[in-house]
Design a protein around this ligand. Structure first.
Ligand code: ADP
Length: 347
């Protein structure tokens, strides 16, 4: 047997063989050797160097992996921290805050863009809400101040309490009621809750009915209301909303008619849509006002409007109803010649 400590250059390996005589163990032969004993000195040095290189490269790989992972995770966490910071700012009411991230990771840049879009939308809505609240308080204040001053004049005896004067007050209250009703509709529109109950119906008949309801009102003031309606046109839309649209357009037209005032309503069926035209020969709308008439509270002719009790909400409601049906509305007008409203509703 060789003492394993004799050679440190390799592993000492021992193998045992039994010597048999007639199947009886008569002796044991143990062969021991060192596995690398055949290696030369230089081969042993090479082997050692190789072993050390493996160890060093292993350590370097682990360290490198660690550094890269720290670097990569910083690249991911920094933009996410930035986005979280923006979200927290928004939560505490700072809607001007935006996330600015520099990253090559698509998902993170999309997240940042989405949070910025959200901030932008919320900021716009906040602005709209503030403007709307201001507009409403202003709109309500005017008729209330008029009512109060009339009543005070009556109490002070400056204004006689007559049927005629009381009727003026009632008219003022009617205007206020209409304003509140219109506001209710615009609130629904703002919240995207404009209730639309679509059914199939004969729009030709429906328009004829609406026009015949309006005719007495027109003839009472000496105006003409005519129609040219294509027969048996079917549409899928909210019947009540059609009435609302026509009510707004026909009552508007009537307000701005002069002597020999005339309004004509047309219904034309095209390939993919239905066209409704309401054309009057009234006062017309100034070119500078025309682009804004569909905006909330916009009133082009303030002095005339005060007389007629307009709220500046009718056309904005009309537009949102038309758009809720996937349609479009536009206006053309010429001062002292008249105005034409065209509505396109998809079939
Ligand atoms: P209002 O309740 O004041 O009528 P609308 O939103 O219905 O509000 O109309 C906005 C403005 O557009 C009106 O104030 C008016 O100046 C103008 N307008 C609407 N329809 C007509 C029309 N047929 N002829 C002239 N001006 C019109």
């Amino acid at each position: 047997m060789i003492n394993p400590s004799l050679n440190n250059n390799g592993n000492y390996i021992e193998k045992t063989f039994y010597l048999l005589d007639n199947n009886k163990v008569v002796g044991t032969l143990i062969i021991g050797y060192i596995d690398n004993s055949y290696l030369t000195e230089s081969a042993m040095i090479f082997k050692g160097t190789l072993f050390n290189s493996f160890i060093i490269s292993g350590i370097i790989t682990v360290l490198l992996g660690f550094v890269i992972s720290v670097f990569l995770s910083k690249g991911l966490t920094n933009p996410i921290l930035n986005i979280t910071h923006t979200a927290n700012q928004m939560r505490s009411g700072n809607l001007e805050s935006r996330s600015i991230v520099k990253t090559n990771v698509n998902e993170i840049s999309e997240l940042s863009a989405s949070i910025n879009y959200l901030a932008e939308t919320l900021q716009n809505q906040e602005g709209l809400r503030k403007r709307y609240a201001l507009d409403i308080s202003h709109e309500l204040r005017t008729p209330l101040t008029t009512l109060k001053s009339h009543l005070e004049a009556m109490v002070d005896g400056v204004w006689e309490i007559s049927r005629e004067h009381l009727n003026i007050l009632i008219k003022e209250i009617d205007g206020l009621t209409k304003l509140v009703d219109d506001l209710k509709n615009t609130f629904k529109d703002l919240e995207g809750q404009l209730n639309i109950n679509k059914t199939y119906f004969n729009i030709s008949n429906e328009l004829e009915n609406i026009i015949s309801e309006f005719k007495p009102l027109y003839s009472k003031t000496g105006y003409l209301l005519e129609s040219s309606i294509e027969k048996n046109v079917e549409i899928l839309m909210d019947k009540y909303r059609l009435k609302q649209i026509m009510y707004n357009l026909l009552s508007n037209a009537m307000k701005y008619l002069n002597e020999d005032g005339k309004v004509i309503v047309r219904l034309i069926k095209e390939d993919r849509y239905i066209k409704i035209i309401v054309k009057d020969n009234g006062a017309g709308i100034k070119e500078k006002d025309l682009p804004f008439i569909f905006e909330r509270f916009y009133r082009a002719d303030i002095s005339r409007n005060r007389e007629t009790g307009g709220t500046g909400l009718g056309l904005s409601i009309t537009k949102s109803i038309v758009e809720a049906h996937g349609g479009k509305i536009c206006a053309e007008s010429q001062m002292n010649k008249g105005t034409k409203f065209t509505i396109l509703l998809p079939i």
